[in-house]
Design a protein around this ligand. Structure first.
Ligand code: OGA
Ligand code: NI
Length: 370
């Protein structure tokens, strides 16, 4: 009985601390800027997560993410080779970097600078945007899953839901308004080209994913990973997979992103001007397991400068008439039966909001075990 009481009271204290932090609206950036030397207890992760943060030394030469050069995608002769490369990367890594994607370097730099500028604004300015209403318009908060997760992580983010309805321009903060709107449109063109290549890689028509409305429902997230005084006690973002179809990520030069590959954590070294693309759970499912949605995480930032990333998540805007989603019938045959059952949009959404981001249970839940 005594144990039960103390467990309840410590859980209560934690929630109180979390709430106070949330209501102060200062974010992790505010904590970091205040000069604290130790992090609040509710950011401390469990021993297992923490022991897994140390670099493993199994490999002598560290693996590197595949890089796909998009310069020649319109060349009839060279395109098939690019399709092969991207297909291979999506099957084996689930993550790759694209270069020569056509977005001017100036646009890339302006986007990163504007998102950084948002997070560097004075507390009073940012606090006006601080809220937790997910799904439409613009929202800024620390840890989207703050109330759903066991331990908080060392980042703040803003979210802009761009589809199906674009946000009102006046709702967006002036400091990065034009830049995020421009980035959304530039990055979406790249996402569409990449999805055409991935579609061809499955033997489907190039326009298949566009037709499925993958690019019409998007969320643009501007993450800030400020300096963390105890980077070995927490994480920047917990290990997770992205739930949607595909994700496009732009980051500044401060490292931290890691991808799970062959049972190891591999550092993602940013190529200047490069964009990182990864397969989401939904693409793993509709490709019947051909493309992989892999775990990734961000280490807590030990650099004095903030790490910035701008991530766009692409989700299906329209589900089929019958309300279900699952492996595409075109990809199935007696030799290749479905490995996942169909599921509803409600199951997808409920699974996402039922817990912190560190869970892959939708895929586990719908896997057909023979
Ligand atoms: C995410 C994510 C990585 C990063 O937001 O889902 O994995 O580098 N972000 O910010
Ligand atoms: Ni992610």
């Amino acid at each position: 009985m005594a144990t039960a009481v103390s467990a309840t009271s410590s859980a209560y204290d934690r929630m109180k601390e979390v709430k106070e932090f949330d209501e102060s609206k200062i974010g992790v950036k505010g904590l970091s800027d205040s000069g604290i030397t130790s992090i609040p207890q509710f950011f401390v992760h469990d021993p297992q997560t923490l022991s897994d943060l140390k670099p493993s030394s199994k490999r002598t030469v560290p693996a590197t993410l595949p890089t796909i050069d998009l310069s020649h995608i319109n060349s009839v002769n060279l395109r098939p080779e690019i399709v092969e490369q991207i297909k291979d990367a999506a099957r084996t890594w689930g993550f790759f970097q694209v270069i020569n994607h056509g977005i001017p370097v100036s646009v890339v730099d302006q986007t990163v600078n504007a998102v950084k500028a948002f997070h560097e604004q004075p507390h009073e300015v940012k606090a006006k945007f601080y809220k937790r209403e997910e799904g439409k318009g613009f929202m800024y908060a620390s840890n989207n899953d703050l109330y759903r997760t066991k331990a908080a992580s060392w980042h703040d983010s803003f979210n802009m839901w761009t589809g199906p309805e674009p946000p009102e321009v006046e709702e967006l903060p002036e400091v990065c308004r034009n830049e995020v709107v421009a980035w959304d449109s530039h990055a979406t063109k790249v996402a569409e080209s990449v999805m055409e290549l991935l579609s061809e890689g499955l033997g489907l028509e190039a326009g298949k994913f566009k037709e499925l409305t993958f690019s019409e429902k998007r969320a643009l997230v501007g993450h800030c990973y400020p300096y963390c005084p105890q980077p070995d006690r927490t994480v920047g973002i917990t290990s997770h997979t992205d739930p949607g179809i595909v994700t496009v990520l732009l980051q500044n030069h401060v490292p931290g992103l890691q991808v799970r590959h062959e049972d190891e954590w591999v550092d993602v070294k940013a190529v200047p001007g490069g964009l990182i693309i990864n397969v989401g759970d939904m693409l793993q499912i509709i490709s019947n397991g051909e493309y992989k949605s892999v775990q990734h995480r961000v280490l807590a930032n030990s650099w004095k400068e903030a790490r910035i990333s701008i991530v766009i998540f692409y989700n299906l805007a329209k589900w089929s008439e019958d309300g279900y989603c699952g492996p595409l019938p075109e990809l199935l045959s007696p030799e290749k039966p479905p490995i996942y059952r169909n599921f509803t949009e409600r199951e997808f959404v409920e699974n996402f909001y039922s817990k912190g981001i560190d869970s892959k249970s939708l895929i586990e839940k719908i896997t057909i075990h023979n």
